[in-house]
Every structure is written in structure tokens, then in C-alpha cells.
Design a binder for this molecule. Structure first.
Ligand code: RUQ
Ligand code: CUA
Length: 764
């Protein structure tokens, strides 16, 4: 029987066997041999054992890392550090068809600013949606610092669904951070500018007319979209806003945003003035800006917001009058502000100060209730005393930036940019517990669910800016370096370096893998970008080409291994829309689609409908094909777009084919019968064991049955042709029967291997 199986799957199976032989040769080496050969220490082995994830095994956590200037999100597993996906967000990504099919183009178009396409983004801070302060794994948000935008990703299919443009900023940084039930997504401005968009204001009027702010984007969880009309901003002085965080527990309802350059310095090297870096770090303190966003939302409902660029804005004056905005001095040029899991403290690191400052929310509230203000800033905002708001300050080292939390109470980890270290410390007691050197210039760091109310501990990842001497050289532009650290013991242990070559990842978040339950297929005909039925949804048998003037609409389907229709004839100048529906129900049976030279590509996952659109502006012959190696006959998943000159008259003639004989037909019938015997024996094995206990196998069987069911129609056509002695048609339809059989057999064999490897038991 083995020989027969081999005949069916041919070279593919043979290649697989070859691999098995090579790997067993390595198994002959002992652990000691390998350690010697690769120069590995006991410590290395221990680290390897903690991160190595055996073939076929999964990770405990999933990380979502910003993709920096790539405008994407990088998804990887922890502790294996295996990259799983580049998620297309602000930048076209051809493999996913993002920015090439019409549906994703429409998402990118939401991110246009002043009518211009912006085809990149500077992503910094991803945030996972929360329910009662815990990551719920439903949605992901990320900001674009360069072009003030925010994107919504649905974790049911890991696709970007929405991009919103901030209507009043020119840049932003303090986002995305979510409130504890993801009612709002926080986005703070960065470089101050006039809020009314199209206005020129000279730099001489910086203090009077340039402004910053914090935006609260209303998120509708049911629809999975941000509602711009229900969103609002609170105006802030031109103190460059930086990072933000939402309060939780006792501090729920408030948000905290850092600032730098509260000196309001405006540079001018070219005029002989000292640069920004000098003028922006002259004072000893900047301001933490505290906003009561719950009250702010009520003020908006009560009509107390003004409209700027069609957006709800609570002015500084209103915010002060209503008592929702306060300032507290914080050490020089701070970067991170991170609320503790219990919501009692806000931890701020001053980049140019060696301390972290732990602010007590309780003390702050005490000061506010007592109306105890130290002073007012030039815009009339009450300033609370730093000394009276502090719980403690701890000297950690040079360049503290960001703080994450452990599952252990009071334990925090702070990145030290200048020292290139991670400090583990106790924020309740105010003492340092451990320090670990990491590679150069750590920026953010993240622990698993480390900014939720319920951090999971276990692993910490350092996001290092430089990777000098860490990896094999690849030219002047180095990859970034994510370092995996074990934090399950008192002492931190560095486990692994992962190069990331896709822009500079700023922040990342890690979530327990079991909280993510993405779908593997869509309902047939789904427009995945709008979560609705696609106008171009096409079922098997409904494929057609419709023409209205010069508008040609092609309703096409894809299934292993053909695209229907296989010929598309249009005239020069026609505007062509091709709707593509993937009819597969099987997992991972994605088809791709492209038409030669029309700069178009689509990725069509099972059930999805997408459309590609172009003007057939040049007469000629253009092959189209499936771009995913989806099956043995993938190369044959092809067709022709024929662009004819206007008014072209067909010359007649018939399509080329060979002269098939009755003999050929009979040979094909024999092949079909042999293959059926193989299928029967594989099916015999499968139904003889407890395959129903293996959902993956059940799915494969469904898919195989689906393929086999398709043989009926082809067989009927073959039989009918044979009756008329049309051997060409009879033979070719019999070949089609065999094609379906091969796919079913391929699935059957996969299922059989799976069952054998996973200990299936015979049933009585
Ligand atoms: S950044 S390295 Cu969050 Cu934009 Cu700190
Ligand atoms: Cu479908 Cu290749």
C-alpha cells in the first residue's frame, strides 16, 4: 500500500521522507557532543531549555510589537520568540493584499490627511482591549506618531478595520492606551501646533497659539469601531505631551500624561540659537497632566465642548473651571508614566534624572479635595505640590524610561536607557531588588499582561534600540534587538536575543495565548474589512461577467485548483472589477490573485470575498494566476485576461487541444479507480480509529468529503461525453475527477499521519 500512496502524492511525499533521514543522523550525537561542538555552557543550555519550543508545540504568550516606521505590527510567540505574523496596519503589505485590493484600500483611505494618501506610519504603542482592567484579547489599537492617527485591529481575524485621523493634532505620541473597559482609547499629542488645522501661526506666537491635548476616542465594542462623533479632546498647553496611561481601580476615571519641554522653548540653530535639546531640558521639572476623563465625557454630553475642525474640544479654561485638569511637577524630561496594577500609584521616570518617582493617587486626591495648590501655570491650571503628592522616590540608575509590573505584589521593572539595564524594584517599599545588564539602550520593556490589573509575570522582554555586535552583520542598518528575560525567580536571567528587522519597535504587549481565539475561515462572501456580506459574493455556479457600458464586472470564485472564469475578455479602455470569492472551507487554503502588469494583488482566505479594480488601458494578453502554492496543481490555477482592440471581430477557429483517444480515456479511468482504492484504504484506517476525538482531523475529513463530492458532476460530464464518443471531453472530465481525488487523498494522508503521530486508538 505504501507504494500506491507514493504514486499519488509523488515527489512531495518523497521530499518529506528525505528530510526525516537527515534529522535522524543528528540524533546520533549526544548532548555533550553538541555542547562541545557549538561551544555551549550549562547556563546556555538552561536558557535554551527555557525558551526552546519543540516542533509542533505552541507558545504560552503572544506578543504584539509595534513595527515602528514599517507602520505594521509584529506578532510573535513567547517564550519561543518565533515571529507569527506581520500585521498590515498603516502601510501597504502585498502578501495580505493590503493596499492592493479595494477593501483594504478603503481602510487605508480612511487615513488620508488633507486628501493625500499616507502610505506609511510610525507606530509606537499597541494596546489590547480590556474588560475590567484585564486583557480580553478582542481588539488591538495602535498609534501613528508621525501622522496623528490611530488604528483598530480586530483580533478575531487579525485584520485592520479602521483608521481614524486626529482632527486637531499634527503629531501624537501618548497613545494607544485604553481605559479599563476600553470605553475610550487615549491618544495624547506630541509636538505642539495650532489646533485649528489649516491655520498658519508664526513661532513667535508659540505660547499664545500653539497647543497640545489629550484625545479620548470613544470605542464601540459591539461594532468594533471608534466613533469619532462621540470622541473628544481636552486642550493642553504647548508642553510637548508624551506618554499616557489610564487610571484603574481607585484611579479609574482619570488619565495621566507626561510632558517634556514645558520650557516651551522654540529652537533655531540656523538663527544662532541653542538647539531644542538645550532649551527643552533647562528646568528641573516638567508637568504630569492629570485629567478626569469621566467628568470630561459628561461635560461633552452637557454641551460644554467647543467645536474645532468638527471635533469636541474642552478648552483649558473650561477644564480649569470644571476642576478636571491638574498639573504636578515631575523630574526633568520624563518619558513613561505607568499606573500600578492596583491603580494606587503612578510611576514616572525622568530620563535625565536617576530616580523613579512614585506618585500616590490618594495623596493627590487629598490635595485636590482640600483645594491645596502650590501655584498656577501660565494658563491658569492648578499645580499641585510634587513633594506632597509623592509616595516615594527610588534611585535606580541613569536614564530610567518605562515601567512594567510583575505578578508579585509591588514588584516593578524599569528600563534604564543610559545604563542599558533593567532594574527590578519594589514600589511599595521603595527599594531596588535586582539589576540585569541588557544590550545597548533599552527603550520600552514589557512583561506578560504587564500593564493590566493582573500581570502574569514569568517573562520580561527588553526592546533595545541598538544591536551592535549581537548578530551577523547585515550592513549599516542593524536590526533591533528584543531580549527575553526570565523573571520567575528572584534574580532575572537573560535567555535569548531576537533580531527584529522591521522598523523600530517601540512598545509591545504580551497576552496569554489562550485568550486569543481567532477564526480560521469566514462565512462565504464576507467583506472582512466591513464585517458584512460583500456585494461581489459569488457561489459555485454563479460565476459570470457583466458589462454595463465600459464597466465590466467579473464575479469569480477560487477553489483548488482553478479560478472560474478562466478567460476574461474585455475591450481596451474598459474599467474592470474582479470580485474574488474563495469557496474553500478548509483551514489555511488561501488563494492569491494577480493579473500581470496591472499592479494588483489579493489574498483570499477561505470564505473571503475581495475585489481588484483596474483600467484595461493597453490591449494585449495578460495571464492571471493564484499566487499561493495551494495544491499540487497550483501552477495550473491560471487564466487569461484578453484586452482586445475596440470593435475587434473574432476570426473563429477552435481552442487548441490534443487528439485524445478512447484508449487515453480508459487509462484515465484506471488511474481514477486505483486512486479510489487508495482513498478507500486511508478512509478505512481513519474510521477504524477514534478520529472524532481530533477536531483537526474532523476538519480535514470534511474538506476531503467536500472534494470528493465534486467528483460527481465531473464524472457525469465525462460519462455523457463518453456516451457520445467525444473522447477528448470524456478524458478531460475524467482527469478532473482524478484532480479532486488527489486533493482528497492528500488530505486523507495528512489526517492519517496526524492520527499516527498523535496516538489515535483503534475503536472496537
Ligand atoms: S517610546 S522608548 Cu514609547 Cu514612543 Cu519610549
Ligand atoms: Cu490557489 Cu495556488
Amino acid at each position: 500500500m505504501k507504494t500506491k500512496l507514493k504514486q499519488v502524492t509523488g515527489a512531495v511525499l518523497a521530499a518529506g521522507l528525505g528530510l526525516a533521514v537527515t534529522s535522524s543522523a543528528f540524533a546520533a550525537e549526544s548532548l555533550q557532543d553538541v555542547m562541545k561542538r557549538r561551544n555551549l555552557s550549562q547556563q546556555d543550555l538552561l536558557a535554551a531549555a527555557k525558551t526552546y519550543t519543540p516542533s509542533g508545540k505552541r507558545d504560552e504568550f503572544i506578543a504584539f510589537s509595534s513595527g515602528g516606521q514599517s507602520g505594521q505590527i509584529i506578532v510573535y510567540g513567547v517564550p519561543s520568540m518565533r515571529i507569527l505574523k506581520y500585521l498590515a496596519v498603516f502601510t501597504p503589505e502585498p502578501w495580505q493584499g493590503y493596499g492592493f485590493d479595494e477593501e483594504s484600500k478603503a481602510v487605508l483611505a480612511q487615513g488620508r490627511i488633507d486628501g493625500k494618501d499616507i502610505t506609511w506610519g510610525d507606530t509606537h504603542h499597541p494596546a489590547i482591549s480590556e474588560t475590567e482592567g484585564q486583557y480580553d484579547g478582542q481588539f488591538l489599537f495602535i498609534n501613528d506618531k508621525a501622522n496623528p492617527r490611530l488604528a483598530v485591529v480586530d483580533l478575531r481575524d487579525f485584520e485592520t478595520k479602521q483608521i481614524v485621523v486626529n482632527p486637531i493634532y499634527k503629531s501624537e505620541h501618548g497613545g494607544a492606551f485604553v481605559t479599563p473597559n476600553a470605553d475610550y482609547v487615549i491618544e495624547a499629542a506630541q509636538y505642539p501646533a495650532p489646533l485649528a488645522n489649516q491655520k498658519f501661526v508664526p513661532l513667535e506666537e508659540f505660547n499664545e497659539s500653539y497647543r497640545g491635548g489629550v484625545t479620548y476616542w470613544k470605542f464601540d465594542r459591539q461594532e468594533g469601531r471608534i466613533k469619532p462623533e462621540e470622541s473628544f479632546s481636552v486642550e493642553l498647553p504647548p508642553y510637548s505631551q508624551d506618554l499616557s496611561d489610564a487610571g484603574k481601580g481607585p484611579s479609574d476615571g482619570w488619565s495621566f500624561t507626561n510632558s517634556f519641554c514645558s520650557e516651551r522653548y522654540v529652537g533655531g540653530i540656523e538663527k544662532g540659537r541653542p538647539p531644542y535639546e538645550a532649551g527643552c531640558s533647562a528646568k528641573d521639572t516638567d508637568y504630569m497632566q492629570m485629567i478626569n476623563w469621566k467628568k470630561a465625557a459628561e461635560l461633552v454630553k452637557a454641551g460644554k465642548a467647543t467645536q474645532v475642525n468638527g471635533h469636541n474640544l474642552i478648552t483649558i479654561d473650561t477644564a480649569v473651571k470644571e476642576g478636571i485638569l491638574f498639573l504636578i511637577p515631575e523630574p526633568k524630561s520624563p518619558h513613561g508614566v505607568d499606573v500600578t496594577p492596583d491603580g494606587k500609584f503612578m510611576i514616572v521616570s525622568g530620563k535625565l534624572d536617576t530616580h523613579v518617582s512614585v506618585y500616590s493617587f490618594e495623596k493627590i486626591m487629598g490635595l485636590i479635595k482640600a483645594g491645596k495648590y502650590e501655584s498656577k501655570d501660565p494658563y491658569g491650571i492648578p499645580v499641585l505640590s510634587m513633594k506632597d503628592s509623592l509616595h516615594t522616590q527610588v534611585e535606580l540608575g541613569l536614564g530610567p524610561l518605562h515601567t512594567q509590573y510583575d505578578s508579585k505584589k509591588c514588584v516593578a521593572y524599569t528600563s534604564l536607557y543610559v545604563d542599558s539595564q533593567v532594574a527590578k524594584w519594589d514600589f511599595c517599599e521603595g527599594k531596588v531588588l535586582d539589576k540585569l545588564s541588557v544590550h545597548y539602550n533599552i527603550g520600552h520593556l514589557f512583561s506578560m499582561e504587564g500593564d493590566s490589573v493582573n500581570p502574569q509575570g514569568k517573562y520580561l522582554i527588553a526592546l533595545n534600540k541598538l544591536s551592535i555586535d549581537r548578530f551577523n552583520p547585515v550592513g549599516p542598518l542593524h536590526p533591533q534587538n528584543h531580549q527575553l528575560i526570565d523573571i520567575s525567580n528572584d534574580k532575572m536571567q537573560l535567555l535569548y536575543d531576537m533580531p527584529l528587522p522591521l522598523g523600530e519597535p517601540h512598545y509591545a504587549v504580551g497576552i496569554s495565548a489562550d485568550k486569543l481565539k481567532p477564526a480560521v475561515r469566514y462565512k462565504v462572501g464576507t467583506n472582512s474589512r466591513t464585517d458584512s456580506v460583500h456585494e461581489g459574493k459569488t457561489r459555485a455556479g454563479q460565476e459570470r461577467i457583466e458589462r454595463d457600458g465600459n464597466q465590466v464586472k467579473v464575479y469569480a470564485t477560487l477553489i483548488r485548483s482553478h479560478i472560474t472564469p478562466e478567460t476574461i475578455e474585455v475591450e481596451k479602455g474598459d474599467e474592470v472589477t474582479i470580485y474574488l470569492t474563495n469557496l474553500e472551507r478548509a483551514q489555511d487554503e488561501t488563494h492569491g490573485f494577480t493579473v500581470s502588469t496591472f499592479n494588483t494583488h489579493a489574498s483570499i482566505e477561505p470564505g473571503k470575498t475581495v475585489s481588484v479594480k483596474f483600467t484595461a488601458d493597453k490591449e494585449g494578453v495578460y495571464p492571471y494566476y493564484c499566487t499561493e502554492f495551494c495544491s499540487a496543481l497550483h501552477l495550473e490555477m491560471q487564466g487569461y485576461l484578453l484586452v482586445k482592440p475596440k470593435g475587434y471581430v473574432a476570426k473563429g477557429g477552435s481552442l487548441a487541444a490534443s487528439d485524445y483517444t478512447e484508449d487515453d480515456y480508459k487509462k484515465t479511468l484506471k488511474k481514477v479507480a486505483d486512486t479510489q482504492a487508495v482513498i478507500d484504504s486511508v478512509v478505512g484506517y481513519i474510521v477504524g480509529v477514534n478520529y472524532k476525538d481530533f477536531p483537526d482531523v474532523v476538519a480535514m475529513m470534511d474538506d476531503a468529503v467536500d472534494q470528493l463530492n465534486r467528483t460527481k458532476e465531473a464524472k457525469a460530464k465525462s460519462d455523457a461525453a463518453a456516451a457520445k464518443q467525444d473522447w477528448e471531453q470524456a478524458n478531460l472530465w475524467a482527469e478532473q475527477v482524478w484532480q479532486y481525488q488527489v486533493k482528497a487523498a492528500d488530505l486523507g494522508l495528512r489526517a492519517k499521519t496526524y492520527l499516527e503521530q498523535n496516538g489515535a486508538k483503534p475503536i472496537k
